[in-house]
Design a protein around this ligand. Structure first.
Ligand SMILES: Cc1cc2nc3c(=O)[nH]c(=O)nc-3n(C[C@H](O)[C@H](O)[C@H](O)COP(=O)(O)OP(=O)(O)OC[C@H]3O[C@@H](n4cnc5c(N)ncnc54)[C@H](O)[C@@H]3O)c2cc1C
Length: 566
């Protein structure tokens, strides 16, 4: 059995920032992949921060709240925007090479839904620059890493199961060592999940293959509530066919969208912000153009950067140019890039307050797996990287405070959990007949793409729920053919699939119940926002006999809801 005061699950920006915030306690980071392979490394366009001479954190907060269609908790948004300058400058002092203005200041570009050029960036590889800096700091601070371990269980004494009260206490996690197949208990006084998003339950997604949402699923099965899961962000501009992200920064630098008639159609959908309207609006506009046959055959529109000129593209968007040339054989200096939308970000996640606490004592969350909720119904580009470093720090500090005042739980609870997980995994490996995991997984992805996409309605959401129930039954018959212990990725995938089915179900339940359109959640049968009935957060809690839905109020402390026009 392993033992640390604080266990952090996740080696991306949020997890590493949390680890660096722990000053005295013994801390360890567990990650399914080497930390530098976390999805944070893929972030492109930049990070929002009010650094400009006439910019203010209150303006940043307003843009964020309006961008999120008034569903964000405004106390948390205030914290995010106020702390941004200190956190971003800290990254710069630690070594992140941000792009510069001619005067040598940190350069900032316009981004969607923002009233000011507020997005600091390192070319179009901002996540790469930030994550490497953070990892260097973690190494310098001697943080203990457990790489290529999959956490399969959160250990909770008196789990919070369908009781509506907060009576559980977290005492560690169970991990599966992918390298040798060993199952081990990690006893801890406090646990932080920074396990990232769940984009890969969709077929078309910009996310890394590892973004299956397994952390959220593990927390859900242990009694933590999932919040606002129906809010799934679709990015307007991903490369046609492969769905590799083409950053919003490309439009921030002056690129624009055109349909097959050569029209700049965003003028019809967002007369003021045009191509830099928030993502939900641009994504729906693109899909509407395609649905109304103004897109190109096959279902795409063009993102035109040719007017920017070779120098600007090479200096500011070298990664985008490389992606377009390598994956579509197109040089954006000379030709427009064919784009379509794809799943991109998970606004929902493990329910938490602005102190990163959950309904389970000793269990904290931060980063994309959490729903603190700073993004509300739609995240603005550039706010997610910011969330990881602001709330990563808060999670680390608060977990340490909690750990300082608590003792390790008795070892027998952990032994029981390890035994339970070992039996579960042996049973999965013991089956010699049944269905391959990927058949179920691929069907799930199809269902999510087709029925729980950017435009939703009751009929399709109900059908999706029926499909998912059937897939869950089929999962009971899944057979892992690789019986080996060393790097058994088939087993890892099969374990994660159960969680993916849970996550998909919570999205559909929230989406079916929410009879309005708000931010990324658009119901064709209820096209208007309905503040009277739906200005509230959805909470879904696991129970063996079926998930339960509750609601909680939105914290409105700064800006009252207004019509959302751009
Ligand atoms: C292509 C792309 C571009 C983006 N560009 C931007 C941008 O320009 N600006 C912006 O603000 N945002 C951007 N985002 C969003 C942003 O990058 C992410 O939301 C953010 O980096 C998430 O960080 P994280 O630390 O929460 O999670 P991640 O970086 O995803 O890390 C998750 C970690 O959890 C670990 N993990 C998960 N489950 C388990 C488990 N069960 N056991 C053990 N370990 C586990 C993984 O190994 C990984 O280390 C982009 C996202 C994508 C996909």
């Amino acid at each position: 059995m392993l033992k640390h005061d604080i266990i952090i699950v996740g080696g991306g920006l949020a997890g590493l920032r949390a680890a660096l915030a722990v000053s005295g306690a013994d801390v360890a980071v567990i990650s399914r992949v080497h930390p530098l392979r976390s999805h944070s490394v893929a972030a492109q366009g930049g990070i929002n921060v009010a650094l400009g001479k006439t910019d203010r954190w209150e303006d940043h907060a307003f843009d964020t709240i309006k961008g999120g269609d008034y569903l964000a908790d405004q106390d948390a948004v205030a914290l995010l925007c106020k702390d941004a300058p200190e956190r971003v400058i800290e990254m710069e002092r630690w070594g992140t090479l941000f792009s510069r203005t001619d005067e040598g200041m940190i350069a900032q570009r316009p981004f969607g839904g923002a009233g000011y050029p507020r997005t600091a960036y390192a070319e179009d590889r901002t996540g790469h620059a930030l994550l490497h800096t953070m990892y260097e700091q973690a190494l310098k601070n001697g943080i203990r890493f457990y790489e290529e371990w999959l956490v399969t269980r959160l250990v909770v004494k008196t789990p919070y199961l369908n009781t509506g009260t907060n009576n559980g206490r977290c005492s560690g996690v169970v991990g599966y060592n992918i390298a040798d197949g060993k199952i081990e208990g990690f006893l801890a006084k406090a646990v932080i999940f920074a396990t990232g998003g769940y984009g890969r339950i969709y077929k078309r997604s910009t996310n890394s293959i590892i973004n299956t949402g397994f952390g959220c699923a593990v927390a859900y099965r242990s009694g933590a509530a999932l919040e606002d899961m129906e809010f799934v962000q679709f990015h307007p501009t991903t490369l046609y066919g492969t769905n590799i992200l083409i950053t919003e920064g490309a439009r921030g630098e002056g690129g624009f969208l055109t349909n097959k008639n050569g029209e700049r159609f965003m003028a019809c959908y967002s007369p003021h912000l045009l191509d830099l309207a928030p993502r939900d609006i641009v994504a729906r506009a693109i899909q509407t153009e395609i649905n109304e046959r103004r897109g190109f055959d096959g279902g795409y529109v063009n993102l035109d950067l040719t007017y920017l000129g070779a120098q600007k593209i090479k200096e500011r968007l070298p990664g985008i140019r490389q992606i377009a040339m390598d994956f579509a054989n197109i040089d954006p200096i000379k030709e427009p890039i064919p784009i379509q939308l794809a799943q991109h970000y998970s606004m929902g996640g493990i329910a938490s307050n602005k102190d990163c606490e959950t309904s389970i004592a000793g269990f904290f969350v931060c980063g994309e797996c959490s729903c603190i909720s700073v993004h509300g119904a739609n995240r603005l580009g550039g706010n997610s990287l910011l969330e990881t470093i602001v709330f990563g720090k808060i999670a680390g500090e608060n977990a340490e405070k909690y750990a300082d005042n608590t003792e390790f739980e008795k070892i027998d609870i952990m032994e029981k959990e390890v035994h339970g997980e070992s039996q579960r995994i042996s049973a999965l490996l013991g089956k010699n007949e049944g269905e391959a995991f990927f058949e179920i997984r691929d069907e799930l992805k199809e269902v999510m793409d087709e029925k729980v996409g950017i435009f939703r309605d009751e009929e399709n959401l109900k059908a999706a729920l029926d499909n998912i129930s059937e897939l869950k039954i089929r999962y009971g018959n899944v057979c892992v053919r690789n019986k080996g212990k060393i790097f058994n990725q088939e087993l890892v995938n099969a374990l994660e699939l159960e969680g993916m089915l849970d996550i998909a179900e919570t999205i559909c339940l929230g989406a079916l119940a929410r009879k309005e359109s708000r931010g990324s959640h658009y119901r064709l049968d209820y096209p208007e926002r309905d503040d009277k009935n739906w200005l509230k957060h959805t909470l879904v809690t696991f129970a063996p006999d079926g998930a339960r839905i509750d609601y909680k109020p939105v914290k409105i402390t700064m800006y009252k809801p207004q019509p959302r026009e751009y």
